[in-house]
Design a protein. Structure first.
Lengths: 112, 114
């Protein structure tokens, strides 16, 4: 069964550094998403991406964040200058339509 | 303000019993509601979607109801098994227009005892 994959599984970085989180969505899916989940908190929507552009973004998704689909398979989330409060699990998801989403296993980001 | 409420206390039940989890919401008019399962350290796994014009949806041992008047969804697992132990999340579509912005509840932990 096709799955969403994410790399790395765990990323440790120093405050102020840039990180890029990578995702490979399910191949025939058209809609892509990033979420984060701070430890013990709820899953929070960051951004959705369709047709090579951002379709929706939340208040969390400020100028420090960007997304890109650099080729036909990868979907990336970049955080330009990480802060301590960016420490969280980051989940990528994809969907064939605008309802059911399939989540990846997540990247645990630790900012020191 | 918009709220999604799921019982923050863990639900403990005996194997074989029916587990019932609740999702209440305020100040939303969702086109649909979804239930997900999340295991520790893992991403949410989609279980069921129910639309605003549907009262009930079933899939194997799972049943979801959706009452837009009460602004409530109930999620049932019949003949529960220890393997059903996980956190169950409800998510609402809080977008307008064609795009989808899902909002998740905090989830309810289910523990099924053998």
């Amino acid at each position: 069964e096709p799955e969403v994959t994410q790399t790395p599984s765990h990323q440790v970085t120093q405050m102020g550094q840039e990180v890029i989180l990578r995702c490979v969505p399910i191949s025939n899916h058209l809609y892509f998403y990033w979420y984060r989940q701070i430890l013990g908190q709820k899953v929070e929507f960051l951004v959705s991406f369709y047709n090579n552009e951002i379709s929706e973004k939340s208040e969390i998704f400020d100028d420090q964040f960007s997304v890109e689909r650099p080729d036909g398979s990868n979907f990336t989330l970049k955080i330009r200058s990480t802060k301590l409060e960016d420490s969280a699990m980051y989940f990528c998801a994809s969907s064939a339509s605008t309802d059911t989403q399939y989540f990846g296993p997540g990247t645990r980001l630790t900012v020191l | 303000s918009q709220k999604i409420e799921q019982n923050s206390e863990a639900l403990n039940i005996q194997e074989g019993k029916t587990a019932t989890l609740t999702c209440n919401y305020t100040n939303y008019s969702p086109a649909y509601l979804q239930w997900y399962r999340q295991d520790p350290g893992r991403g949410p796994v989609f279980l069921l979607l129910i639309r605003e014009n549907e009262k009930e949806k079933r899939k194997e041992r799972l049943k979801v109801t959706f009452d837009t008047t009460l602004k409530q969804s109930l999620f049932h697992i019949t003949a529960s098994q220890p393997a059903d132990s996980a956190t169950y999340l409800c998510a609402l579509d809080s977008s307008s227009g064609g795009s989808y912005i899902p909002t998740f509840g905090r989830g309810t932990s289910l523990i099924v005892h053998p």
